[in-house]
Design a protein. Structure first.
Length: 253
């Protein structure tokens, strides 16, 4: 039996994911403008979503067993109990510990094509914008390798804003993914397996993380440190700022 190349690609993806720096499979926009192309996936859905818990002790983030895989886990139960208590403190803690949804797409970054396929992680607002483009008949299939549409990503913190924003503008003309058809096929075959991007923890492991977190204490002083670290403010967008910061920590870990 020959080597299973798909498994080998998955192993390489795991190594790159944990390597960080320039070798990371993840891509994050820099301040300013960058152009990307979202690649089509074999299942016809290039917009994958996962649920994460952030900032539980020293863990930068991990997949929610309940939200992603339908498994009952102690953290999910604990969050429900906190909400049911209905006190200001319990609700605040529940919101801090509850799972948050993030979205991922395979992309080719223009000007960095030599680095191969990357995975772009983004939030709900960018996801809604991408869906509106996909459903707009004027653009058609923006991921089509031959007649798709590049996207200009405008990323940065507007004047007066407390956190960066992502603006997505489609190019007016369709273009091929790359000029060489064989190269395009190679790129599509190299899209990482999404289910291998993040380590999956068992409910027992999540329970242990929760126990260690609670044993470490959650007093007001510690909470204030976390809020300062992630730029949480009193405005309505504070949760966005906090989650984005934690999410960036996760992708960089």
């Amino acid at each position: 039996m020959g080597i299973d190349l798909n498994k080998m690609r998955s192993k390489l993806t795991k190594l790159q994911n944990r390597g960080g720096g320039g070798d990371s499979v993840f891509w994050r926009p820099k301040d300013g403008e960058q152009t990307i192309r979202i690649l089509p996936t074999a299942d016809g859905d290039p917009f994958k979503d996962f649920w994460f818990h952030y900032n539980l002790g020293d863990n930068p983030g991990f997949l929610s067993p309940k939200k992603n895989f339908g498994e009952d886990d102690p953290l999910d139960s604990f969050v429900r109990e906190l909400f049911n208590e209905s006190t200001d403190d319990s609700i605040k803690m529940a919101k801090n510990l509850m799972a948050r949804q993030r979205f991922f797409s395979p992309v080719l970054v223009r000007g960095e094509e030599g680095q191969g396929v990357k995975i772009w992680g983004y939030g709900k607002m960018a996801y809604e914008k991408l869906l509106s483009l996909v459903l707009n008949p004027e653009y058609g299939d923006i991921t089509d390798p031959e007649e798709g549409t590049d996207l200009v990503i405008h990323y940065g913190k507007p004047a007066g804003a407390s956190f960066p924003q992502t603006k997505i503008t489609p190019r007016r003309k369709s273009t091929p993914l790359v000029e060489d058809v064989q190269h395009a096929e190679t790129l599509l075959q190299s899209i990482p397996e999404f289910n291998d991007l993040f380590e999956r923890k068992t409910p027992d492991q999540v329970g242990q993380i929760l126990e260690e977190y609670l044993a470490g204490g959650t007093d007001a002083e510690e909470n204030s440190v976390e809020e300062k670290k992630y730029g949480k403010t009193s405005d309505t967008n504070s949760d966005v700022s906090e989650v984005d910061a934690a999410f960036n920590d996760l992708l960089g870990s």
